[in-house]
Design a protein around this ligand. Structure first.
Ligand code: NAP
Length: 288
């Protein structure tokens, strides 16, 4: 298929790479052109000077940028992706953004004769590189059926969650779970150290029981080493939690732990840890 991919960051670069490796004809756009050139050199596809040029003639336009405003910037205006897309084409947004934005884009796309899916991902840089992302998708069933086999090149679990916005709502659930989990893990590991236990041994035995989690298995060693300069950045997490908290105000669900953990992440940012991994919550407990 003729595809476009906009936004070659930590996630987009390898995701677009999987599409090219699968034999699709991929044109990429990145705001910082050097990254697009690198990508084309590595994967043999082509790169365009604007989102509109990348989107021209593409059957599906994928994007993975930062936040709601970034999505609007690359889509709208004379050089935006919408300007280049032809009727019948499909837009798939992998950015973690608000459900409101997804519904707005769904309306805008339909008015232009285009399809739209909100399709945020989970699995981090490693998942993007190994092609094992979880993809949570909102939008109409026909658009999902069209895009699902393509997203399968980088998604291990690609699931249709219902109407536009539902992909983003599912990703919010994911982030709410992670916030509470990582705080619990930080408190547990800090307690183990202060109690004089061999914290690594404690983490290993616990990971075989009911407190097992992805965060425990993949993060306890680096957390105990005080290494946080990798992974999913606290700045991104705060963006995501602010989306969750705003949605919770609308749907009147209570997120007391999430709100508290969001404040803890703010403290991490004040320590200069905006680019640290989300597991850095332990830093606040170990070095108050
Ligand atoms: P990143 O490495 O910072 O890359 C962001 C990409 O978006 C870059 O290509 C950047 O272009 C582009 N961009 C940002 N704002 C733009 C704008 N206004 N106009 C044009 N291009 C713009 O971010 P990432 O880690 O790939 O994350 C991308 C999205 O995936 C975010 O919504 C994030 O929350 C979500 N996500 C990330 C992870 C993760 O582990 N990293 C996991 C799950 C979900 P430049 O190169 O020019 O800056």
């Amino acid at each position: 298929m003729k595809l476009a991919f906009i936004g070659l960051g930590v996630m987009g670069f390898p995701m677009a790479g999987h599409l090219a490796k699968a034999g699709h004809q991929v044109t990429v756009y990145n705001r910082t052109q050097a990254k697009a050139q690198d990508w084309a050199k590595q994967h043999g596809g082509s790169h365009a000077a604007t989102p509109a040029d990348a989107a021209k003639d593409a059957e599906i336009v994928f994007m993975c940028v930062g936040n709601d405003d970034d999505v609007r910037q690359v889509l709208n205006g004379t050089t935006g992706a919408f300007a280049g897309m032809s009727a019948g084409a499909l837009l798939v947004d992998h950015t973690t953004a608000s459900a409101e934005l997804a519904r707005e884009l769904d309306r805008d796309a339909k008015a232009k004769g285009l399809g739209f899916l909100d399709a945020p991902v989970s699995g981090g840089q490693a998942g993007a590189e190994t092609g094992k992302l979880t993809v949570m998708v909102g939008g109409d069933a026909a658009s999902f059926a069209r895009a699902e086999p393509v997203m399968a090149h980088y998604g291990r679990a690609v699931t249709h969650m219902g109407e536009a916005g539902n992909g983003q709502l599912t990703k919010m659930v994911n982030q709410i779970l992670i916030a509470g989990l990582v705080q619990g893990l930080s408190e547990g590991l800090n307690f183990a150290v202060k109690a004089g236990l061999d914290a690594r041994k404690a983490a290993e035995v616990i990971s075989k029981g009911a407190a097992q989690s992805w965060q425990l298995e993949n993060r306890y060693q680096t957390m105990l080493d005080g290494k946080f300069d990798y992974g999913f950045a606290v700045d991104w997490m705060r963006k995501d939690l602010s989306i969750c908290l705003a949605e919770a105000r609308r749907n009147k669900s209570a997120l007391p732990v999430t709100a508290l953990v969001d404040q803890f992440y703010e403290r991490i940012q004040e320590r200069g840890g905006g680019r640290w991994d989300t597991s850095s919550l332990l830093h606040l407990l170990a070095k108050p």
